[in-house]
Design a protein around this ligand. Sequence first.
Ligand code: ADE
Length: 352
Amino acid sequence: MPRERIISGNEHPEDAAPADAFNPALRPRKIDEYIGQADLLEKIRIAVAAAKKRREPMEHVLLSGPPGLGKTTLAHIIADEMNGSPPKITSGPALVKPGDLVGILTNLKAGDVLFIDEIHRLSHIVEEYLYPAMENFSVDVVMDSGPHAQVMNFALQPFTLIGATTRTGLISGPMRSRFGIAHHLAFYSAEELLKIVQRSARLLQLPADDDALRHIATRSRGTPRVANRLLRRVRDFAVVRGQGTLTTAILNEALTLEGIDQLGLDPLDRRFLSIMARDYDGGPVGIDAMAATMGEERDTLEDVVEPFLLQTGFIRRTPKGRKMTPAAYTHLGFQPPAHPQSNPQLFDPRQP
Ligand code: ADE
């Protein structure tokens, strides 16, 4: 089995494991506990308050952005604010047939929140069933087929749909237009991540130097899920090596062992960049070629590797594909090519 990637924003079993005395849940449960995404929180506060005043469900919300930025957490918070119960959770790939969706919709109670993760992976046919459900709280179900086909209309209880996607670009126009709020979650700043890990360290009852927490914040790729995962990992180190207190020295030791560098790049990120430099002369190169050379899923590269490398300015998107920037060469300790496209033979990063 490949080694688990600590730095990926994708959910690991430990992130969703039930909380207990040793592993308290680190996710905020209330809107006021949430750190960061200030613009979005303000929109949500207003929408929740307005919906409560009108005694209606809140408008549908589309959340997009890389994994680990809080889309599921926000669905829980909204559901809790609206009707005090958890959201009903499903995902695009789980809804194979229209009947799968209809079954869920007809079981919703008034004011429920339905969370559809990876909503960009809904099939067209299921998507068509979702539209009237979102607009009029009703679904048309075709019974039988051929000349005996009958359409039955089912009224649904008013509900709020929260759709989540890592790919804004893959959401169809008709789908997007049916959401009252559509928001792209940005990476968190180092200051916001510091506040998040300070809160998490308190919840984990882990004494920690502020400087050590600051290092976690800057090495977490702008992603709270990664920050909290790193914190849990280094907690073990602190217990074994440091009498329980997390210091910068212990932190560096732990992150070096995990292969996480000063900017939060892990071995997969660095492999991505070195293959781009070595095999494709720094690009431009298409994502499918990169996925094939690396033996990785295209989705993994697009969802978790590229967004952060784009954000750090290590790669750029061009009409011909992805291209490495001089900063990426410097970070890897490679010599940037003088004229990468005009004379690639001049540059071979495999040479010392
Ligand atoms: N834990 C994970 N994400 C968080 C956030 N945005 N605010 C507070 N705690 C968090």
